[in-house]
Write a protein that binds this ligand. Structure first.
Ligand SMILES: NC(=O)c1ccc[n+]([C@@H]2O[C@H](COP(=O)([O-])OP(=O)(O)OC[C@H]3O[C@@H](n4cnc5c(N)ncnc54)[C@H](OP(=O)(O)O)[C@@H]3O)[C@@H](O)[C@H]2O)c1
Length: 246
C-alpha cells in the first residue's frame, strides 16, 4: 500500500499510473480539472483495489491555490509518499502567434502551475524527510522550436525548476524525478499523424511507476532512446535548426 497524490489524474498517462498503484490497494488522492472525468477515474481505481481518500477539482490556471490543494491532500493521505504531477496542455502554436495573452496563459498552465505546486510541496516533503515526486516534463523542453514554442518553453522551465528542487530536497531524503516522454499516443496528440516514434500510455506509465518505486533515475527519458535522439537534436547548429520544420 502506498499513499499517492496524482495531479492531472485524468491524463491518459496518469490514469495508467493510478491503475498500477490501485493494484497494490494504495490510498489515492486524485486532482483534475473536470469533475465527471475525475469521478470516472476514481471509480475505475476503486474497482481495481484503491482506496480513494479524496478528490479535488483544480484547474492549473488557479495556480495561486496550490498551497491549499497540497495541504488538503496531505491531510487526507496523512503523508505524501508518492506525488505525480501530470497535467499539461499542448496548444496549437500557429493559433497563438497573434494572441499574446493566450500565449502567456498556456505558459501558466504548463509551467507556473507546476512551479507553484512544487513550491508548495517543498516544505511538506522537507518536514516528512521521505517521499518521491515525479513531474512530467517533455523532450520538447530541450530545444525551442517554432511549432511548439510556448509548450517547449513551459517544459524547459519545469525541467530547470525540477533540477533545483531535486538539489534542495536531496539532503532530506526526498527524490524528484523529471520525466521526459517523447511522443505518447494520448488525447493530447490525437490530432497528430502517428508513426513508430509514438509510445503507448501503458508503456510510459510502467516506466514512470518503476522509476517512482526504485531509487533511480533523476531524469527519465521514456522510451529510453529519446535520450539519444535529443542528444542528436541538441547538436544541430541553430542557424540550421531555425530552418527545419520538425
Ligand atoms: N502525449 C505526449 O506525446 C506527451 C509527450 C511529452 C510529455 N507529455 C506530458 O504528459 C503529461 C500527460 O499528458 P497526456 O499525454 O497523458 O495527455 P492527456 O491525456 O491529454 O492529459 C492531459 C491532462 O492535462 C489536464 N489539463 C489540461 N489543461 C489543464 C488545466 N488548465 N488545468 C488542469 N488540468 C489540465 C487534462 O485534464 P482533462 O482530462 O480535464 O482534459 C488531462 O488530465 C502532460 O504534462 C504532457 O505535457 C505528453
Amino acid at each position: 500500500m502506498r499513499r499517492v497524490l496524482l495531479i492531472g489524474a485524468t491524463s491518459a498517462i496518469a490514469q495508467e499510473v493510478g491503475r498500477l498503484y490501485a493494484a497494490r490497494q494504495s490510498h489515492l488522492y486524485l486532482v483534475g480539472r473536470t469533475a465527471e472525468k475525475l469521478e470516472a477515474v476514481a471509480a475505475d481505481c476503486r474497482v481495481r483495489g484503491a482506496v480513494i481518500v479524496g478528490v479535488s477539482v483544480w484547474d492549473a490556471r488557479w495556480w495561486e491555490k496550490a498551497t491549499e490543494l497540497i495541504e488538503q491532500a496531505r491531510q487526507a493521505l496523512g503523508m505524501l509518499e508518492v506525488v505525480l504531477i501530470a497535467h499539461g496542455n499542448l496548444p496549437r502554436q500557429d493559433e497563438l502567434w497573434h494572441a499574446p495573452q493566450q500565449m502567456v496563459e498556456q505558459f501558466h498552465v504548463n509551467a507556473t502551475s507546476v512551479i507553484a505546486l512544487l513550491s508548495a510541496l517543498v516544505p511538506v516533503m522537507e518536514q516528512q524527510r521521505r517521499g518521491v515526486i515525479g513531474v512530467i516534463s517533455s523532450v520538447a523542453g530541450e530545444r525551442g522550436r517554432a511549432q511548439m514554442a510556448v509548450y517547449g518553453a513551459g517544459k524547459a522551465a519545469v525541467t530547470a525548476f525540477c533540477a533545483g528542487v531535486r538539489g534542495y530536497l536531496h539532503p532530506f531524503g526526498v527524490r524528484v524525478i523529471t520525466i521526459k516522454p517523447g511522443y505518447v499516443d494520448t488525447p493530447m496528440t490525437a490530432h497528430l499523424p502517428k508513426n513508430f516514434l509514438f509510445a503507448s500510455p501503458q508503456r510510459v506509465a510502467r516506466r514512470i511507476y518503476q522509476a517512482l518505486e526504485k531509487g533511480y533515475p533523476d531524469i527519465l527519458y521514456v522510451p529510453w532512446w529519446w535520450r539519444f535522439i535529443m542528444a542528436g537534436v541538441r547538436l544541430i547548429p541553430e542557424p540550421l535548426f531555425k530552418r527545419i520544420r520538425i
